[in-house]
Design a protein around this ligand. Structure first.
Ligand code: PSU
Ligand code: MN
Length: 326
């Protein structure tokens, strides 16, 4: 069995009901797997402090997609099988699986072969959106930030397979820009090269993930509503027969975004702390995430969680508009 579509996702696909795909690499590799810690400051009201942060976030995103009128489709590889639509218990066990890392296009086949479990990146979640139904793929997908072109790309050509998948999958990806460590102007140029429209909901600048924009940030096409995004998607796919993704960017909700530069300072401090510990490299990302949350007094984590929840909500609204205007 190569992939399994859950009954509720299959029914929604068949009837043309709104669906929002949700990636799981953010749960397995992008957030602390521990409950809220007092050193992060006050716990956001929407996050259950008795649960691990990744489990609590998944619950909240599920709730927000549903309350905004769409069906959440969590995507992951479980014991080597691509699963399109996980139930809440399955999402929680993936969040707790200490061996589950992230899987992208280049590592997908080997993960299946070794029957491992892994969270799907934007690239492999987009693959799932396409596989779910060849005629009518899952049209909307919510995440935090996409992968893109890394800093220093002219010396080391490190470009995320997320861009490859965006170039070839007709799904609208809702994100607050790209991961903060990337070369943002180069990533925006690459999106144009591969023919992916970049829209900004209420913004004319490519959002800087958990940080506030600076005046030099790339200019993008501003839109005013989920309906406008859905209409542009229709022109792109139906009128022009294009098969690439659209990137609908949404700035982090007001009040949570960090001052420009605070993140790089926190990361430099966290890297310096890590260097003194001499621990296995597999522990590096969780260590850095936790240290950055502590150094920013929880602000990096609060912003990350808030934008993920907001993007889930916006994605559900786009999915509702898209299905009602097709
Ligand atoms: N943005 C984050 N944290 C993450 C990711 C994005 O702030 O963990 C994940 C997403 O799943 C994205 C992936 O698709 O990283 C890109 O990874 P890579 O650069 O290895 O392709
Ligand atoms: Mn890479």
């Amino acid at each position: 069995m190569t992939f399994v579509v859950s009954n509720d996702v299959e029914e929604a696909l068949a009837s043309g009901a709104p669906i929002v795909a949700l990636e799981t690499a953010v749960l397995t590799a992008g957030l602390p797997r521990t409950p809220w810690n007092d050193s992060y400051g006050e716990c956001p009201a929407t996050i259950d402090p008795t649960l691990s942060i990744n489990v609590a976030l998944a619950q909240e995103m599920t709730k927000l997609v549903r309350s905004n009128g769409a069906l959440p489709a969590w995507i992951a590889v479980v014991d080597g099988v691509l699963r399109i639509g996980l139930c809440p218990e399955e999402v929680s066990s993936l969040c707790k699986d200490p061996h589950a890392g992230k899987v992208s296009l280049a590592t997908f086949a080997q993960t299946m072969q070794s029957k491992n479990s892994a969270g799907t990146t934007v690239a492999s979640t987009l693959l799932a959106c396409r596989l779910a139904s060849p005629k009518q793929p899952i049209r909307v997908f919510a995440t935090g930030g996409i992968g893109g072109v890394h800093q220093n790309w002219s010396n080391r050509l490190d470009i995320s397979a997320d861009l490859t998948a965006l170039a070839t999958t007709p799904t609208c990806v809702v994100a607050s820009g790209a991961k903060s460590i990337l070369d943002i102007p180069a990533t925006v140029e690459a999106l144009e090269t591969i023919g992916v429209p970049v829209l900004g909901l209420g913004t004319a600048q490519f959002p800087r993930f958990i940080e506030k924009n600076i005046s030099e940030d790339p200019v993008i096409h501003q839109v005013s509503s989920p309906l406008e995004i859905a209409s542009i998607c229709k022109h792109h796919w139906n009128d022009l027969s294009l098969h690439s993704a659209l990137l609908a960017t949404v700035p982090a909700p007001s009040g949570v975004a960090l001052e420009q530069g605070s993140l790089i300072n926190a990361l430099t401090k966290a890297e310096a702390q890590w260097a003194t510990l001499h621990q296995p490299s597999a522990r590096r990302t969780p260590y850095l995430l936790d240290a950055m949350a502590t150094i920013t007094q929880g602000k990096s984590l609060v912003a990350n969680l808030a934008l993920l929840c907001n993007n889930a909500k916006v994605a559900a609204k786009i999915a509702v508009e898209y299905t009602s205007t097709v």
